[in-house]
Design a protein around this ligand. Structure first.
Ligand code: AP5
Length: 218
């Protein structure tokens, strides 16, 4: 099963992709996570990507296509049961590159999940998010606070706020999404692949909706 997760920043793509990947034994690929890792490690990719990410802009297509293409090909060699792509594609060029990659591997795209969320709730989720520097676990100051302030429940690592989660940058990212990524929904709708899922409500409620939306039709 190969799934693309779409939805505005803060919709819950990362949270839900991790849950679904575990449940369906899929490889979870998130360019955002891979780029942040590259920035942390100070690689050439990380240096090139950082300015775009800090400004809430998309990283150039060729860098992203190389990054994700490499991972998908590696995984193809490993014969995983499929991939769940969280935050890729985000432009038409990336969507076309994904079509080529999947065609190469003889694995079709099964579904494009579009998680919807009102803008103001997305801003609340982004500005309240805190991430563990140690294990990458996600928290939220209101919706999922850690037991001890600023400390990860799972590994005891320190929690930080992503540089692109300030209100100003969060709003720019939402605008970039509306302008550059949302048009892809019609690209996939023409192929009958889109499953709309309401992203409001708690994490479990949204997971239930996703699992229902991904069940094969009658
Ligand atoms: P990326 O890391 O992909 O960020 P994003 O798409 O903006 O998505 P987010 O991670 O912010 O949100 P999410 O939908 O995953 O929500 P989450 O589950 O974390 O990309 C960052 C940057 O990298 C981009 O701006 C760009 O520069 C670059 N980039 C990445 N991909 C690229 C590409 N393909 N092309 C070019 N550039 C690219 O949840 C958010 C918060 O809400 C968390 O605190 C969580 O705990 C909480 N939460 C989640 N679900 C719920 C719920 N149901 N109820 C209450 N709280 C919830």
């Amino acid at each position: 099963m190969n799934i693309v997760m779409m939805g505005p920043p803060g919709a819950g793509k990362g949270t839900q992709a991790k849950i679904l990947a575990e449940r369906f034994d899929l490889l979870h690929l998130s360019p955002g996570d891979l780029l942040r890792e590259a920035v942390r490690e100070g690689t050439e990719l990380g240096r090139k990507a950082k300015t775009f990410m800090d400004a809430g802009l998309l990283v150039p297509d060729e860098l992203i296509v190389d990054l994700i293409g490499g991972r998908i090909r590696e995984e193809e060699a490993g014969r995983a049961r499929g991939v769940i792509l969280d935050g890729f594609p985000r432009t038409l060029r990336q969507a076309e590159a994904l079509d080529e990659l999947l065609e190469e591997s003889g694995r079709p795209l099964d579904a494009v999940v579009n998680i919807t969320l009102p803008v103001e709730e997305a801003v609340r989720r982004l500005t309240g998010r805190r991430v563990c520097r140690g294990c990458g676990a996600n928290y939220h100051l209101l919706y999922k606070p850690p037991r001890a302030l600023g400390v990860c429940d799972l590994c005891g690592g320190p929690l930080y706020q992503r540089t692109d989660d300030t209100e100003e940058t969060a709003r720019s990212r939402l605008e970039v999404y509306r302008r550059e990524t949302e048009p892809l929904i019609s690209y996939y709708a023409r192929r009958g692949l889109v499953r709309e899922v309401d992203g409001r409500g708690n994490v479990d409620t949204v997971t239930d909706r996703l699992v229902k939306a991904l069940r094969p039709g009658p």
